[in-house]
Each structure stands twice: as structure tokens, then as C-alpha cells.
Ligand binder design. Structure first.
Ligand code: SAH
Length: 238
């Protein structure tokens, strides 16, 4: 009997992977994933069969993984959490009768937040600026409503060559509802090699430092920076 694990490997460094994720990979005969993610967990894969494809091969990878799981133990790996812009949804949509277990991981917003301080302490939301799966008008509408609702906002997939202006547009939308002094941070490669951090304000923000390896976190109306730490207070009287 085979089985399919859908695993979030965390932000990249092996020390931030859960023990459950690591055990499931060790137990697997075959590991399936995007080339770059496979590279991140190379030390765990010495004796494994590997099926990896490039960026846009998601559907092919998921179908193959389901098929292989009929008689092998297979892991499909995503970075961060596999259920947050990862492979868990597509696998479950395509699944017929295969046994599937979803194993969570530390998502990019949590990883980046830990590097910055405590920006996600109050109500917060994730919005992806990628328009590959979601029309840009809907993305802009969600950004606007999240800003109006005073959510702390984490922007995944903030910038790519094909859509150089979305991040600037979205920050301008947020500025319609937030003070110009509101903290905004870019964390590139959170908790993995090449980590870079930049904290500024909505007024001084330079969108050019963000790329596809970065996440952008915008504070709510109460967020502030103290001794270099980005904090969103939660109402404790201090
Ligand atoms: N499933 C992943 C998200 C995949 S979408 C998760 O839960 O984290 C890909 C986007 O995630 C990237 O464009 C970037 O915005 C963000 N991301 C993933 N890992 C990151 C990291 N270590 N540091 C900063 N951003 C990261």
C-alpha cells in the first residue's frame, strides 16, 4: 500500500522544518518537487528517487505524485506551509482514492515575522500579488479591504519581472487607509541562506528592494518600531 505526504518544509533552512515533516521525508521512497525546493532538502535525500520539474510544472508533478503513491510512499514538498500557496489544495482537488496526509510547515509570514520582531501579533492576513491564478482587480480589491479593515498585511509573491508595478500600486492603495509613518518591512530569504531585512515606512518605502524571494509585511494603524523591532501591540497595558 502506498501513501502520499504533502509536506511544508518551512522557509528553507533544515532546522526550521518540523520533526514530522523530516520523518515523513525519511520514510518516503520518492520525493517530488520544484528543483529549487529539492535542493533545499538535499541532505535528506541521499537514498531517494527524485521527481523534480521547473516552475510551471505543478499540475504534472501532482498528477505524477498521486499515480506513484498507489504502491510507493511519496512526498510532495512545498516551501513554507504546503496549504498556503502550496500544493495541498491541488493534490486534494486531483485526488481520487489515494491516501493523502498534509503536513504543515512554518509559512513565510511567520518566518519573516520572527526575524522582524512581532508584527503579526494582531489580526492579519496573507495576500499574494501573483496574478497567475487570480485576476489583478480582485487582488487590488482584497488589498483595499484588508487595509480598510486595519489588518496587518503580508504580501506574498510581491514582485516579478512580468508585473513590476503591482507592489507600488498596492502600497499606494494601502496608503489611502494608513498613516505614512506605518512600518513596512521587506524580508528576503527569511531563515535561510541570503537573509536580508529592510524596515521603512509607507512614505519612505522603496519597492525596488523586493523580489520573488521576499515577503512584504505592512503594519496596522497601531504598529511601531522599537529598537529595530517591528511590533504590533495587542492591547496589553505596558
Ligand atoms: N507555501 C509558501 C508560499 C509559496 S508562494 C509558504 O507557506 O511560505 C512563494 C512566495 O512565498 C515567495 O514569492 C515569497 O513571497 C514567499 N516566501 C517563501 N519563502 C520565503 C522566505 N524564506 N523568505 C521570504 N519570503 C518567502
Amino acid at each position: 500500500m502506498g501513501k502520499l505526504y504533502v509536506i511544508g518544509i518551512g522557509p528553507g533552512g533544515l532546522s526550521h522544518m518540523t520533526i514530522r515533516a523530516m520523518d515523513a521525508i525519511k520514510e518516503s521512497d520518492i520525493v517530488v518537487g520544484y528543483n529549487k525546493y529539492i535542493d533545499m532538502i538535499k541532505p535528506l535525500l541521499a537514498s531517494k528517487e527524485i521527481f523534480s520539474t521547473g516552475m510551471k510544472g505543478e499540475e504534472e508533478r501532482c498528477k505524477k505524485a498521486l499515480e506513484l503513491s498507489h504502491d510507493k510512499i511519496v512526498s510532495v514538498v512545498s516551501t513554507g506551509d504546503s496549504g498556503i500557496y502550496g500544493m495541498a489544495g491541488l493534490i486534494l482537488q486531483l485526488r481520487v482514492d489515494e491516501e493523502v496526509e498534509v503536513i504543515p510547515g512554518v509559512t513565510a509570514s511567520s518566518a519573516a515575522a520572527s526575524v522582524l520582531g512581532a508584527p503579526l501579533m494582531h489580526d492579519n492576513c496573507n495576500i499574494s500579488l501573483s496574478d497567475l491564478m487570480t485576476p489583478y482587480e480582485l487582488i487590488q480589491n482584497r488589498v483595499s479591504l484588508a487595509a480598510e479593515g486595519d489588518f496587518v498585511i503580508s504580501l506574498y509573491n510581491p514582485k516579478s519581472k512580468g508585473r513590476p508595478n503591482y507592489l507600488r500600486d498596492c502600497v499606494n492603495i494601502i496608503k489611502m487607509h494608513r498613516d505614512g509613518t506605518t512600518p513596512i518591512a521587506v524580508v528576503k530569504n527569511a531563515l535561510r541562506e541570503g537573509q536580508e531585512v529592510s524596515i521603512s515606512t509607507l512614505d519612505t518605502f522603496d519597492e525596488n528592494i523586493a523580489d520573488m524571494l521576499s515577503i512584504v509585511i505592512i503594519g496596522n494603524s497601531q504598529s511601531y518600531v522599537k529598537d529595530g523591532k517591528f511590533i504590533t501591540p495587542r492591547g496589553y497595558k505596558v
